[in-house]
Design a protein around this ligand. Structure first.
Ligand code: FAD
Length: 428
């Protein structure tokens, strides 16, 4: 028999998004429970040296300032122009859980393996076979769930790992390392291994736009700030962001760094300080994509080949929504306000988005909207109306960001829309 949580909301995930969802549900006195697969809260920032579900590595530092990364619910302690280290973020999120009185509502070690809609709401099944019932579910899973791997054709006989399993440089000393992919993770791993590993190569087919954290000592995320981003159209800000990439890392192209092939902003931006320094020292070389392999030899698209001991796949993730039925999967055109599923009842998403910005304050706006909607304080259009808006929001994403990444939002305007909706008095 399933345990029943009555009219409660089931929040899946106790990373930053789940903690913020729980914070605003509690503030609106909506009963809820949080189900978390791992043995602690904090998601990405709950580091585990042995792997265990976080993509954080030992030296991880945020690439967004404390000011830009802080939700309004509670500031990240310390000078606002600094960048939080992973342990600070973990402490911060744990403190938020305690301050908001959430701890007793969180079930740790409860991995949702199946979600089934019922006449009254949802039944969630854990991987241990326990069932729990909820009226509504909020998926707060982040977008960094399931690692994506690049194909390595042939018979490569060395070690392969995903960047989410990278922790420290020690296991790579004196080895020939190939990093596939050059987003933030690829750049940071390659930068950290340069001059430590015997050699570091980066194989990249679609180079991303890269920037450093600061320009002339000034944090870059203070330039594309909330006021500027609400007023200026993305088409104009895109040129500013491109200019910042060119100013901070443009010279690296003369040293072999491949030039981006896509429009700036259509993909995530790589942000790293260690990587540009390593390229300037000549400690990293670049190749085209991987074309094939023969035991310890890897062949590249540009016709070159190299002896490789270990391949790090820095090729991103897919969202961990596999436990939802196919018809309930989130997509580019079926989320009203990028939160509420248009075709499945009582299914919300908090944290299912990407942005050229610190993510937690945007997740907070979604959390606040969700709690307001569930307490009847957001005026929702009819189902047909929601579908039309969701379609238009998806088209906007395609126009602004090329549509390769389904969940990109123009962050400040998006936040402003959510805030306005949640202020609209209830029609009831
Ligand atoms: C290496 C790295 C660096 C980053 N740097 C920055 C940065 O500088 N600035 C920034 O804003 N963002 C950064 N991010 C993004 C960061 O993930 C977000 O800021 C934020 O922490 C995401 O929170 P979340 O709760 O949405 O997702 P997560 O932190 O991924 O949390 C999701 C939670 O859901 C749980 N879960 C997943 N599936 C299930 C299931 N089936 N059942 C139960 N529980 C489940 C997971 O165990 C996890 O605890 C970085 C991410 C990575 C990987």
């Amino acid at each position: 028999m399933p345990s029943t949580a009555g009219d409660a909301v089931g929040v899946i995930g106790a990373g930053g998004s789940g903690i913020l969802a729980a914070t605003y549900l509690r503030r609106r006195a909506i009963p809820f429970e949080v189900l978390e697969a791992r043995d602690g809260v904090g998601g990405t920032w709950h580091y585990d040296p042995d792997g265990g579900g976080s993509a954080a590595y030992d030296s991880l530092m945020m690439n967004t300032t404390k000011l830009a990364s802080s939700p309004a619910a509670m500031r990240i302690p310390g000078p606002p122009w600094r960048y939080a280290r992973r342990a600070e973020m973990k402490r911060y999120l744990e403190r938020l859980v305690d301050r908001e009185g959430l701890r007793e509502h969180i079930r740790l070690g409860w991995r949702v393996s199946e979600a089934a809609p019922t006449a009254e709401g949802w039944t969630l099944r854990s991987d241990a076979g326990e069932d729990r019932r909820y009226r509504t579910i909020v998926c707060a899973l982040g977008t960094n769930g399931a690692p994506k791997w690049a194909p390595v054709p042939g018979s490569f006989s060395g070690e392969q790992l995903h960047s989410s399993a990278y922790r420290t440089p020690e296991p790579f000393l004196d080895r020939n390392v190939l990093v596939i992919g050059l987003g933030t993770s690829g750049a940071e791993v390659a930068g950290e291994l340069a001059d430590r590993a015997r050699s570091v190569r980066v194989a990249v087919r679609s180079p991303l736009w890269l920037m450093t954290r600061r320009i002339g000592g000034f944090p870059i995320d203070w330039i594309d700030n909330e006021v500027v981003s609400r007023v200026l159209p993305w088409s104009l800000r895109r040129r500013v962001v491109q200019g910042l990439c060119q100013l901070t890392t443009g010279r690296l192209h003369r040293l072999g760094l491949p030039r981006p092939t896509r429009r700036c902003g259509d993909d995530i931006l790589g942000i790293s300080d260690t990587f540009p320094r390593a390229v300037r020292r000549g400690a990293i070389s670049f190749t085209g994509g991987v074309a094939g392999s023969d035991r310890g030899t890897v062949r590249f698209d540009d016709g070159t080949e190299a002896e490789i001991d270990v391949i790090v796949h820095a090729t991103g993730f897919t969202p961990p929504t596999g436990f939802l039925p196919t018809f309930a999967q989130p997509g580019q055109f079926n989320l009203y306000r990028r939160i509420l599923h248009t075709d499945v009842d009582r299914l919300y998403f908090v944290g299912m988005f990407e942005a050229h910005r610190a993510l937690l304050p945007i997740a907070e706006a979604q959390a606040r909207w969700t709690a307001a909607a569930l307490s009847g304080n957001v005026v929702l259009p009819s189902v047909e109306g929601r579908r039309a808006v969701a379609r238009a929001e998806g088209e906007r994403n395609r126009h602004d960001f090329g549509g390769r990444r389904a969940f990109f939002v123009d962050w400040a305007k998006y936040k402003a829309t959510l805030t306005k909706d949640a202020r609209t008095p209830s029609a009831a």
